[in-house]
Structure formats: structure tokens, C-alpha cells
Design a protein around this ligand. Structure first.
Ligand SMILES: Nc1ncnc2c1ncn2[C@@H]1O[C@H](COP(=O)(O)OP(=O)(O)OP(=O)(O)O)[C@@H](O)[C@H]1O
Ligand SMILES: [Mg+2]
Length: 790
């Protein structure tokens, strides 16, 4: 049901709510947009999609839906799931709600990071779970453990649903499609910034669990519903260069014109692409444009020193500051405070300022549309752009705002479309369909081709495929090929690929089920091609073989060598500590880069010292972060694959590599003690001089021995013993119970016990419950048994 907004008769007052609900709203009346949606959200249970401009007060809509759930159900009898695209948005929401909605008796849980034991407990006890699509995906992939959680889910709140079209949109899409299946009775509310095809989202969600073919209730509101008018200007500059340095220069030259044109005697935030450019732009402006305005500001700034950062302190005197994650917290807070106090007129900031911090400006300038993101120069996503522009003209502070986007001429019209809310939201699910199908087969959402088609029909991809088949390149060329034929083909072909590669098999009952491989692939989010590589690798792999295979995973495809990095990586390849140097460093091979990053880290190699090596440091650390985001999953999947093929040698080596990756240090190396607090290279050397190399060596040394090794005063060695006691040490004993012979076959019964050798029981390590892996292999390398115990 589509409803175009009309003016409500009258704004609805918060006093129309029961007393105990009213107090959560800090204003007397709902605005027009909220009043129009009020009855649907608070007095009905239908799924609802609302598209409305940034800053128009959409959060209140979620709150009304929560109140509805509270009215209908008793506390403790339901779960509400709130999904937003980033951790920082989740955190902002979590903090605001925990404070403001506590009076309702609701308990909030924040679920975005690694699942530590405490986190799971929080979520079990929370009424409202605040989470990201990625985290909720991994939680619901294991949903059998969370059975009760799912049946309790009464309300699913999806914020910023237009991110469906971003790369990670596919995760949101599968997670919502899955929730529709496993929590069918839940109500779905999706909110979006202005988009042209909100009706597709309504069609996707359906009106409720039993009327899926009727679209959800839909409201769309135009820019006139922004409480504060935001004027958006896009300036495209003709240029042939993509060189960031030259672009920076160009934008800095143009900035004064922009400021002259849009300056409203009010605060300005300029978003710059890198930390460094925040500083240079701020300096340029202090030197040029601010000169004429210094006099006005001078009287406002208190004399004396305000900032720890010397340059910043100097600059601030001209009313300009920079703000980025490299500044101390104290300096950042001071910049914000002086900006609000109007002592600083311009902040030049990286995009990190746009989330989580409520700094209102009148004029926001996005100085260039590409920035340093995840270690590469990338265009901002639309979501990032909206977040930055959202700083301009915040209600309560201002009655209008201006956002200026500076970009290159070729991108001008693209940004005009996006920011005008005219870019259609398409699905991204087709890019990794085979992996998603496997995950759903694993979850038993899909158990044959028919249910596969049924699942596909429940996705947003299906809604969009019907309308814009050309976008998805799925071979609808002639009108005679109907969407159903294409759907059938998509499903059959992808399922056949999974079946042929033994990732899924067909059970006796004729149902599709995942094999151990398929389960591992879904559990650890492994790409199809990577999985095939793991499954088809040889037996008896050495650590070096496994490392090479892992480094070749398509998950790392983005880590190409950059200009000038060849020399840098050749140095690393030759460094002390690199265990398996590459024969050649082939710059066409991203696997070489990944392998060297891993080996550099595990071997604690020295950073190259040649002239100019330093300029690769930032990129190196960004690349390392990407490698570390993936390695744990990949190596655990390799272990699973090798267990499945009974290859004891490979399992043992993969486990050793897994341990090393977890600790970021080679297992069995002379460096292991570096993992303890307070042990650096110098202390390590002193221990090694006394033949103290392993945790066990250290634990069995007495205090005096430690103090003499390190030349410490009496009593100071205790700390080392306490620290080493927090690390679990295991002992294994094996007892042969008997032996029976039958021809040439021998059967041996053994009893194995594994014990913790620490003086006190260690149950957790690094906030995780301990798991013990037990591996038994024959002398020929065949795996006899592998088991895990907690
Ligand atoms: N009826 C109201 N009267 C006064 N202020 C309101 C009202 N509703 C919301 N606000 C305030 O407006 C501001 C913006 O609200 P909110 O963050 O919910 O907007 P939004 O539409 O979700 O924007 P975004 O697109 O940035 O997420 C908040 O500070 C909120 O407290
Ligand atoms: Mg919002």
C-alpha cells in the first residue's frame, strides 16, 4: 500500500501518549513527518518502509514502533533487533537509547565485535539488540544455537536501508531475507534517506508474515520535510589528473571562492581526504582566506596555550583547526569545544568526524570525493557523503544549512543525481550468489531447487531483477525468456556448481545438504574459488605450502602492489626473520604481498631502513589490517578441510600456522616470550642468555633466577611469574590399554589425558573460553583422530 504524504490535520502532541512513554521524547510535538506515520507505527503492526530526508527525525519512528511492541507484549517476552550499517552508528544509537529509554525498563545490548563470552551474555539478556548487518549475519548463520532468540524476535528495525546498493549491502539483504524466514512473525520497519524506488523495498518486505505478496506500508517524504533546509551544491572541476597530490592542490586553490560564495558568518566544516591534507588545507586557509577575518575572531580567543599539538595551537589563533584520529583525545575535544563556542570558525577534518560526534556546522564542504579508505584511495560511498552532509544545518542549532561537494568534472552529474536522491537502489546479491546459496542450504532455508527459487523470490534482488534485468546481466535478452526461466537457471546452475564440487550433496531423502566443506565455507565466510583451492590442494602440506595457498585466496584480491612497493617488499623478503623467502617478488601476484606481510609479522622482522622506506609504512599497516581481518577465518577453514581429508600432516602444520597467526608470532620461535606484557626485545635477549625461551621455561624459573637474569631489584621478578601463569600450559599423557591383532591389522586401545599444568586453573585466555585441540596421527601422516574440547 503506497501512501503519499499529506499534511496531517494537526501535529500530534507527545501528551497523546501514556505518561510513562511521554517522557522519552524531549519535545512537545511530533513533526509533520512523524505525525503522518504515527498511527501506522504506534497503532498497527504492519511492516513499514519510510524514506525521508537526513535529519528529519526518523529515529523517533523506530521508537514509536518499539512502544507498540511494549504495549502488545510483556517485557522480557520479546527481542527487538536494530541493524545499522556501521559500528559507530550502532554505538551512537546504543548510548542514546540506553540513557533515554531506560525508564521503559528496556535493556539494550551492543553486538558488533568479536563474540566474547560477556557479549553473548549481554545479548541473551537484552530486550533490544543493536548490531551491524555483518555481525547479525554471523550470529544468525549459527542460529540453531540461538533458536529461542529468533522465536522471541518481534521487531526488526533497519536503519539506512538504502545501503543495500553498497558493496556490503548484500549482507544486509541476506540477513533480512533470512530473518523473514526464521523470525516470520516479526515486524519489519525499514528507514531510508531519500531514494527514488522505496516502493521496491516495500515490495521486498511485504506487509506482514502472512501477506508477503502485498507490499509493506510505504511513506515517502521529499526535501520539504527536512526541518532545516539544506542547499546542496556540486562543483565539478575539469582536470585530467587522478593524482591525489595535484587534486589536493587544485581544491585548495578553489576553496576561497567557495567560501566567499557560501559563507554565512557561521561555523564551517571542511572534510579532507587524509590526515595530512587536513593540516595543509587548514594552514593554507589560515594564510589566505582567514586573514581578512582574523580581526573578528581575535577578540574571542583566550590567550595562552590550548592544545598539546604545537601546530594546531598556532593555527587555532587564526580561527582554523584540524581534527583527525591522530590527535590526542584531549586536543580533539578541545577543538570541538572551541568550535561550538565559536572561537574556531573552520575545522578541517577527515570523514571520521562525521559519525558519532554531534558537531553542528552551517556550511559543510566535502573537499574532493575520494579519500583514503581501508588503505586505498576510494570514492566515498553515498552513505559516507550523507553522514558528512548531515553535519550541516542541524535542527536546534540552525534554520538552514549548505553542503558543497567539490569533485572532478566527470563525476559532477553522478553526484548531483545521488545527492538529489535520484539514484535507484539496486541489489548486490548477484555478485556472490553461489556463496549465499551455500549459506542458506547450510541453514536449511533451502533444501532443493524449488526452495532455492523460493528463497531467491524473497530477496530484494528478485524485486529489482524483474524491473531492471539488464543491470544484473543475467541473460534476459529476449522477451520470451521470462524472469521465472532466468530464476530457474540461476538457481539450478549455481546449485550444480556446489554439488559438483562436493560442497553440497543430495541426501537419501533427495534433499540438498551441505557437506562438512560447505558448512565450513558458510561458517567462515569463504569465497567459492578459495574453497575449491583448499579442497583440491595436495596432501602432506608443509607450513610453507599452506601459507602460500592461504595467501593466494581471492579474499585478498584487492591487495595489489602499488607504485614503488616492489623495492620495499624485496627488502622485506631479504630481512632476517622471514622464514620462507620468495624466489621472486612478482608484483603481479598479490599472494606474494600477503605472504610477506604475514611472515614479516610472525617473524618480527625489522622494518626496511633504506631511504624512502618510511613512506610505505601507512599503506603497509593498512594492508596488514586487511590481511588480519581474513587470515583467522581462512586458516580455520583450511584446518577443517584437512581434517576432512584425513591428512594428519597438513592438519598439524595448519594448526601450527593458526596458532602463530593468532599470537602474531611464530610458534616454537625464540620470540614467543614477547607475547607477555612488559617483555620487549631487550628483556627477551636477557632471558634467552639464560636459556629461558618458552613459557614453560619461564614458569619453572624461580623469582631469584628471573631477577638475576634481568638484574632486577628484589621482588620485581614476581610480575613475570604472575603474567606467565595467565597463559595456559598443557601436558598430555598417553597410556596404552591393550592391543589386539587380527591378521596383519592391529587394534590398539589408548587412554589419553590432557591436563592444565598451571598452578591455578585457567579457563579463559584473551577473553575467550579455552578450547583444546587434540590430534593423533600415524607415522605415515594419516590422521587417526582429531577432537576439540572446551
Ligand atoms: N518532533 C521533534 N521536535 C524536535 N526535534 C526533533 C523532533 N524529532 C526529532 N528531533 C531531533 O532532530 C534531530 C535529528 O533526528 P534523527 O537523528 O532522528 O534524524 P534522521 O532522520 O534519523 O537523520 P539521519 O538521516 O541523519 O539519520 C535529533 O536531534 C532529534 O532529537
Ligand atoms: Mg537516522
Amino acid at each position: 500500500m503506497v501512501q503519499s504524504p499529506q499534511q496531517p490535520q494537526q501535529p500530534i502532541l507527545t501528551t497523546s501518549l501514556p505518561d510513562r512513554y511521554r517522557s522519552i521524547f524531549k519535545f512537545p510535538a511530533f513533526n509533520d513527518m512523524q505525525s503522518i506515520c504515527f498511527s501506522t507505527l504506534y497503532q498497527s503492526d504492519v511492516n513499514t518502509v519510510i524514506s525521508s530526508p537526513t535529519g528529519s527525525g526518523k529515529t523517533v519512528l523506530f521508537e514509536l514502533a518499539m512502544l507498540r511492541t511494549l504495549v502488545s507484549d510483556n517485557l522480557g517476552n520479546f527481542k527487538i533487533i536494530y541493524i545499522a550499517p556501521t559500528k559507530s552508528l550502532c554505538y551512537e544509537r546504543y548510548q542514546d537509547w540506553s540513557a533515554r529509554l531506560a525508564v521503559l525498563g528496556l535493556k539494550f545490548g551492543f553486538l558488533t565485535g568479536d563474540t566474547s563470552v560477556e557479549e553473548v551474555a549481554t545479548v541473551k539478556h537484552a530486550d533490544v539488540i543493536v548490531t551491524t548487518p555483518e555481525k547479525w549475519d554471523s550470529t544468525t548463520r549459527r542460529w540453531k544455537d540461538h533458536d529461542r532468540l529468533m522465536t522471541l524476535t518481534k521487531l526488526v528495525l533497519i536503519d539506512e536501508v538504502h545501503i543495500l546498493k553498497d558493496l556490503r549491502g548484500a549482507t544486509l539483504e541476506v540477513v533480512v531475507s533470512r530473518m523473514k524466514y526464521i523470525a516470520p512473525h516479526a515486524r519489519f520497519i525499514a528507514l531510508s534517506a531519500t531514494i527514488p524506488n522505496a516502493e521496491d523495498i516495500a515490495e521486498w518486505l511485504g506487509q506482514n508474515w502472512n501477506l508477503r505478496s502485498i507490499p509493506a506500508q510505504l511513506y515517502t517524504f521529499g526535501q520539504e520535510f527536512r526541518p532545516v533546509q539544506l542547499d546542496i551544491y556540486v562543483y565539478g572541476y575539469p582536470t585530467r589528473t587522478a593524482n591525489t597530490f595535484q587534486l589536493d592542490k587544485l581544491y585548495d586553490e578553489k576553496l576561497p571562492d567557495i567560501l566567499n560564495a557560501h559563507f554565512g558568518q557561521k561555523p564551517i566544516i571542511i572534510f579532507c581526504p587524509t590526515r595530512k591534507s587536513t593540516v595543509t588545507t587548514a594552514k593554507t586557509l589560515a594564510r589566505t582566506w582567514m586573514k581578512s577575518r582574523e580581526a573578528v575572531l581575535a577578540c574571542r580567543i583566550d590567550p595562552g596555550r590550548h592544545f598539546q599539538d604545537y601546530e594546531l595551537d598556532e593555527l587555532s589563533k587564526s580561527g582554523v583547526a584540524y581534527h583527525h584520529a591522530g590527535l590526542s583525545l584531549q586536543d580533539r575535544v578541545m577543538v570541538e569545544r572551541m568550535f561550538i563556542g565559536r572561537k574556531i570558525l573552520i575545522i578541517c577534518s577527515t570523514s571520521t568526524l562525521s559519525v558519532g560526534i554531534n558537531l553542528p556546522a552551517h556550511l559543510v564542504i566535502i573537499r574532493g570525493t575520494s579519500a583514503w579508505i581501508d588503505g586505498q584511495v576510494q570514492e566515498y560511498t553515498e552513505f559516507d557523503m550523507h553522514q558528512m552532509m548531515g553535519r550541516a544545518g542541524r535542527p536546534q542549532f540552525d534554520n538552514s544549512g549548505v553542503a558543497v561537494i567539490m569533485t572532478t568534472r566527470d563525476k559532477q552529474s553522478k553526484y548531483e543525481q545521488i545527492l538529489g536522491g535520484q539514484e535507484v537502489v539496486e541489489s548486490c546479491l548477484h555478485n556472490h550468489l553461489v556463496e549465499h546459496l551455500n549459506a542458506e542450504i547450510c541453514l536449511k532455508t533451502i533444501n532443493d531447487v524449488e526452495s532455492g527459487k523460493g528463497w531467491l523470490r524473497s530477496t530484494f534482488l528478485y524485486v529489482r531483477m524483474k524491473k531492471n534485468p539488464a543491470h544484473y546481466n543475467i541473460g534476459i535478452t529476449s522477451p520470451s525468456r521470462s524472469i521465472e526461466v532466468v530464476l530457474d537457471q540461476l538457481c539450478t546452475e549455481n546449485i550444480a556448481r556446489l554439488h559438483e564440487s562436493k560442497i553440497v550433496e543430495i541426501s537419501d531423502k533427495g534433499e540438498l545438504v551441505t557437506t562438512i566443506y560447505g558448512r565450513s565455507m558458510a561458517w567462515f565466510y569463504i569465497q567459492f574459488q578459495t574453497m575449491l583451492n583448499f579442497m583440491n590442494s595436495g596432501t602432506g602440506m608443509t607450513i610453507s605450502d599452506i601459507l602460500a595457498m592461504l595467501a593466494q585466496s581471492s579474499e585478498f584480491k584487492t591487495l595489489r602492489f602499488k607504485n614503488g612497493e616492489k623495492k620495499f617488499y624485496k627488502e622485506i623478503n631479504a630481512a632476517v626473520g622471514i622464514r620462507y623467502p620468495l624466489k621472486v617478488v612478482d608484483i603481479k601476484d598479490f599472494g606474494a604481498k600477503v605472504s610477506l606481510i604475514i611472515q614479516y609479522t610472525l617473524g618480527r622482522a625489522e622494518f626496511p631502513v633504506y631511504d624512502g622506506a618510511g613512506k610505505h609504512a601507512a599503506q603497509f599497516h593498512a594492508d596488514k589490517a586487511i590481511v588480519w581481518q581474513n587470515v583467522q577465518r581462512l586458516i580455520r577453514c583450511i584446518v577443517d578441510c584437512k581434517i576432512q581429508s584425513n591428512d594428519g600432516v597438513s592438519v598439524r602444520n595448519a594448526l601450527e600456522l593458526a596458532r602463530s597467526l593468532r599470537a602474531e608470532i611464530w610458534d616454537n620461535s625464540a620470540n614467543v616470550l614477547l607475547q607477555l606484557n612488559g617483555i620487549g626485545p631487550a628483556t627477551l635477549r636477557k632471558f634467552l642468555n639464560r636459556n629461558i625461551q618458552t613459557f614453560a621455561d619461564l614458569a619453572s624459573t624461580d623469582i631469584l633466577g628471573i631477577e638475576s637474569a634481568l638484574s632486577l631489584n628484589k621482588g620485581r621478578g614476581m610480575q613475570y611469574l604472575q603474567d606467565v601463569e595467565t597463559i595456559p600450559r598443557f601436558g598430555v599423557t598417553l597410556k596404552k590399554l591393550g592391543e589386539t591383532r587380527d591378521g596383519s591389522a592391529v587394534e590398539i586401545a589408548v587412554h589419553v589425558s590432557v591436563a592444565i599444568l598451571n598452578k591455578t586453573m585457567v579457563k579463559m585466555y584473551n577473553r575467550k573460553l579455552l578450547t583444546v585441540g587434540f590430534l593423533m596421527e600415524l607415522s605415515n601422516g594419516e590422521l587417526v583422530d582429531f577432537r576439540r574440547a572446551t
